[in-house]
Design a protein around this ligand. Structure first.
Ligand code: PGA
Length: 261
């Protein structure tokens, strides 16, 4: 078995601040109806907090896993408006996004806070999906690897390499998010390989087993090329995760890549 075959592909939908009870019900119904009977890949959705209980109930006993789009770095206390890892686990969530670029840029989350959130997720038994990626200006200045390394090293310094054995990384170039501009499969692969080498310098085993997702305008039309790359282990999908048709088109490509069809 190659390393890539040991890392099952993950197709994860980040719904961001979209949805309603009706939309969540319909979307999940469509996804559940359209998934292959035996998916050879993993599926997860990240709804807004208030829909977590509805998702939990609807996907129980199905292959769909779920989590929230962020969590508090604290466990409990006087933190008005925040949601803790324990609360998410209370609703059977098993994953959580940390450090999405929108959290970093719009809500001022620092590398340090993201590291604290990663640690909080692990404390509660949640699988953190650490999002990293450069802006267009950083890419054009040739700083992509430097930025991604800084973002990952902040977390490594806090939790250590072994903790990455329980996590996932999502490489999401900021310039490709919601813009329709996808990184080419080669561009994404280069950064994924760099991320894996960064972790391999600390532990070869952890680096080989760590799933690294690509995010940024993934669609049915580009998913096959991206997911076929040796260091790309699936996708974190924003816009195309909001309709069953678009999300399933990506799942179909994941199934093809995973089964070699
Ligand atoms: P997008 O979003 O697929 O709409 O580009 C990806 C993300 O932000 O996770």
């Amino acid at each position: 078995m190659t390393d890539a075959q040991q890392r099952p592909l993950l197709v994860a939908g980040n719904w961001k601040m979209h949805g309603s009870r009706v939309m969540v019900a319909e979307l999940l119904q469509d996804i559940l109806a359209g998934l292959p009977e035996k998916p050879a890949f993993q599926v997860a959705v990240f709804p807004p907090f208030v829909y977590v209980p509805q998702v939990a109930e609807t996907v129980a006993d199905s292959p769909i896993r779920f989590g929230a789009q962020t969590l508090s770095e604290h466990d409990a206390g006087a933190y008005t408006g925040e949601i803790s890892g324990a609360m998410l686990v209370d609703f059977n969530a098993d994953m959580v996004l940390v450090g999405h670029s929108e959290r970093r840029s719009l809500y001022g989350e620092s590398d340090q806070q993201v590291a604290d959130k990663f640690a909080a997720a692990l404390r509660h038994g949640l699988k953190p999906v650490l999002c990293v990626g450069e802006t267009l200006a950083e890419r054009e200045a040739g700083q992509t690897n430097e930025v991604v390394a800084r973002q990952i090293n902040a977390v490594l310094d806090k939790v250590g390499i072994e903790a990455f054995g329980k996590g996932v990384i999502a490489y999401e170039p900021v310039w490709a998010i919601g813009t329709g501009k996808t990184a080419s499969a080669d561009q994404a692969q280069a950064v994924h390989a760099f991320i894996r080498s960064l972790l391999a310098a600390k532990s070869d085993t952890i680096a080989r087993l760590l799933p690294i997702l690509y995010g940024g305008s993934v669609k049915g039309g580009n998913a096959y090329d991206l997911f076929s790359m040796p260091d790309i282990d699936g996708g974190l999908i924003g816009g195309a995760s909001l309709t069953g048709k678009d999300f399933l088109a990506i799942c179909d490509q994941a199934q093809k890549v995973a089964t070699g069809a």
